[in-house]
Design a protein around this ligand. Structure first.
Ligand SMILES: *[C@@H]1O[C@H](CO)[C@@H](O)[C@H](O)[C@H]1NC(C)=O
Ligand SMILES: *[C@@H]1O[C@H](CO)[C@@H](O)[C@H](O)[C@H]1NC(C)=O
Ligand SMILES: [Cu+2]
Length: 390
């Protein structure tokens, strides 16, 4: 059974024992942090692949959606006790289900303050995988903590399972332990909301190749689009050294997710709008809708991380010292997103290429060894045809 294989391979590969978790349970809370005043050039950018979507605290819910923040656990983390775990978790809507139209994750200290790199706290990875109906990826992110939104221009949401597998990596270089609480904020509408439909997610990954010096790139395996649809949202996840990640449909470039670097707290999210390596760059704006040759092959499986070595997992930092070398202390803070950037037809081939420039930005190191690299492109498509397979 597919789901069993997926989950057990994730578990088997990465973690011998789950990290001890302190009891806060699955506390739910629907309060929102007060909106933070912000004036950041990245957020004002409208350029595809350069822009950073505003955090939910800066925007109102759309189309009468409800916001729910779910706390998923509290862990004590130190430089000798990195935290990597997988757990069964619950979505925002229980058994009734709902469409999640937007979501974002963060970690907080016990006093509620957001924990980020300025205080040496890394939400290194978070990934959500479905447990039923074929499994598959739902969402993932790194410390960049981007906001996913599927209803920017059209009415789509992710048909959220009541329960899913949650994979988390938290880390710090501090010897002194920190208590960190992981939370995800969801914006969601009932499935019966007029006009709303379910989006699908494609997961394109380069795996975890070893770092090299200089300029180089890695490409993902192709994934075949299973039905006609709109390209709703796409964004890359790379490690330090990454410059940009390109998405191709039928061989045409349709989105270039540019990595923004910053050394500051809250990153592109902070109120000071700190200087950023890529801000204001011309980038690759508004690329035309994807058109290309049809390719054959089946695909639902292409949407999910196939093995533990294929993506977010297998990335243990247990008992290691970190050094974040190079690049003048800069880290990837915000990948640029593309929203409503074209259409696809059934059978088109999608792939992505991750461009690294280790000379320009510097790589992360653990115990003197370079961190393995990543290049994940998450692509959300809103089906425009009625049938499941277009
Ligand atoms: C973390 O929380 C636990 C349980 O509340 C507490 O015993 C411990 O002292 C806390 N550690 C830190 C570093 O705050
Ligand atoms: C993408 O990265 C490559 C490699 O560093 C670089 O040559 C290229 O200019 C970058 N493109 C954009 C739009 O940033
Ligand atoms: Cu990563």
């Amino acid at each position: 059974m597919k789901t069993f294989t997926l989950v057990s391979s994730l578990l088997a590969a990465a973690y011998a024992a789950p990290a001890p978790e302190q009891a806060i349970g699955e506390a739910r809370d629907v309060t929102q942090a007060a909106p933070v005043p912000i004036d950041n050039p990245l957020m004002r950018s409208t350029e595809q692949g350069v822009k950073v979507l505003p955090r939910m605290s800066m925007t109102e819910p759309k189309d009468g959606a409800k916001r729910t923040t779910v706390k998923y656990g509290n862990w004590m983390v130190s430089s000798t006790k990195m935290m990597s775990t997988i757990k069964l978790a619950q979505g925002p809507c229980g058994l009734a289900g709902c469409y999640v139209t937007a979501m974002e994750a963060t970690i907080r200290y016990p006093d509620g303050k957001e924990a980020n790199v300025d205080t040496n706290a890394w939400l290194h990875h978070i990934a959500l995988f479905g447990t039923g109906g074929g499994g598959g990826s739902i969402w993932a992110a790194g410390n960049e903590r981007p906001t996913l939104r599927l209803n920017t221009g059209s009415k789509y949401g992710f048909d959220f399972p009541s329960a899913f597998m949650l994979m988390i990596d938290l880390m710090t270089e501090d010897v002194k332990p920190k208590n960190l609480t992981l939370e995800i904020t969801y914006e969601h509408v009932p499935r019966t909301t007029p006009g709303y439909k379910a989006a699908t997610m494609y997961w394109l990954t380069i795996g975890e190749p070893a770092a090299k010096t200089g300029k180089y790139s890695f490409s993902t395996m192709p994934s075949i689009v299973s039905g006609a649809g709109q390209l709703l949202y796409s964004i890359g996840h790379m490690h330090d050294g990454g410059d940009n990640m390109s998405l191709y449909v039928g061989g045409n470039l349709v989105c270039k997710s540019v990595m923004h670097y910053n050394s500051r707290a809250g990153y592109g999210k902070d109120a000071n709008g700190a200087a950023d390596e890529h801000a204001g760059m011309a980038g690759m704006a508004g690329m035309a809708g994807a058109k290309g040759k049809a390719a054959s092959g089946s695909t639902a499986a292409a949407a999910m991380p196939k093995t533990a070595s294929g993506g977010m997992v297998g990335h243990s930092h247990t008992k290691r010292q970190h050094a974040h070398g190079g690049g003048g202390g800069l880290h990837i803070s915000d990948p640029g997103a593309c929203t409503d950037f074209g259409t696809v037809t059934s059978g088109q081939s999608m792939k992505a290429t991750a461009f690294y420039d280790a000379g320009k930005y510097g790589l992360m190191e653990h115990n003197g060894a370079k961190e393995r690299l990543m290049g994940n492109m998450r692509v959300y498509i809103g089906p425009t045809s009625t049938g499941l397979f277009g």
